[in-house]
Design a protein around this ligand. Structure first.
Ligand code: NAG
Ligand code: NAG
Ligand code: NAG
Ligand code: NAG
Length: 202
């Protein structure tokens, strides 16, 4: 399911590049991913593994179908971060300053400095994973977009549903982990604005 969803996104994005490419036969995309462990015993979860499969599938399909990008072939330059921000920033610099690269897919866990670099060189950057909230400011990060919503967007949609059904009192259960606690907190904040009562919330 995730693979299919990612593939659809990647295809939509890649096809949109059609509008911006020149007359050259190949369009090269940089791809910044964390899909390998820095060393065998590392606990790094390598979230890039799932996305990389989707990307390969999408590119194969596009290149095989002469109706999607006629007379053009998509090519990739893959850069591995091993989940480390410094690697990610370095790759963003290399790709942004390389004139054969039209756009960047990624990065993964971090994106603040990477998005700034991409903006400096006017390179479109599409992250599928990074949720850092600073980059939401389009005035500061004009070439950055992402397909993974920030926590507060999820919170707003949850509370919108509650509001739509006019529920006045709800209980909300979440796992005791930093990421979930943050989402829970934003939901509580958002619902306060729309006056839904949550017992024991603060
Ligand atoms: C890859 O996707 C599968 C299916 O959604 C998920 O169970 C798994 O946790 C994902 N792996 C990583 C490393 O994110
Ligand atoms: C695209 O074509 C190649 C070569 O014919 C083939 O190996 C590959 O499986 C095809 N991919 C898709 C997604 O159709
Ligand atoms: C693709 O290339 C062929 C041969 O040069 C040309 O006839 C055709 O019009 C091109 N298609 C597009 C959509 O540019
Ligand atoms: C730019 O990217 C291409 C494709 O990955 C690579 O072959 C080339 O060496 C890069 N150029 C520089 C200056 O790094």
């Amino acid at each position: 399911m995730l693979l299919v969803k990612n593939r659809v996104f990647v295809m939509a994005f890649l096809v949109s590049l059609r509008l911006s490419e020149g007359s050259s036969d190949s369009i090269r995309i940089g791809y910044i991913t964390g899909s390998e462990k820095p060393h065998p015993k590392s606990m790094y979860k390598r979230p890039g593994i799932n996305i990389s499969g989707a990307l390969t599938l999408a590119v194969n399909e596009i290149n095989n179908d002469s109706n999607i990008l006629p007379n053009h072939t998509l090519e990739f330059t893959v850069k591995e971060t091993y989940g480390k921000e410094l690697n990610s920033v370095r790759h963003a610099c290399d790709l942004s300053t390389n004139e054969s690269i039209s756009a960047i897919i990624g990065p993964q866990e971090t994106c603040i400095f990477e998005a700034k670099v991409a903006a400096a060189y006017n390179v479109p950057m599409v992250s599928y994973f990074c949720t850092q909230k600073e980059v939401a400011d389009k005035a500061l990060y004009p070439t950055f977009v992402r397909t993974k919503p920030q926590d507060w967007v999820i919170s707003s949609s949850v509370t919108s549903v509650l509001k739509y059904f006019n529920w006045k009192k709800v209980a909300f259960i979440h796992r005791d982990q930093a990421a979930f606690a943050h989402i829970a907190k934003t939901i509580v904040q958002v619902r306060r604005k729309i006056e839904i009562n949550m017992p024991n919330s603060n």
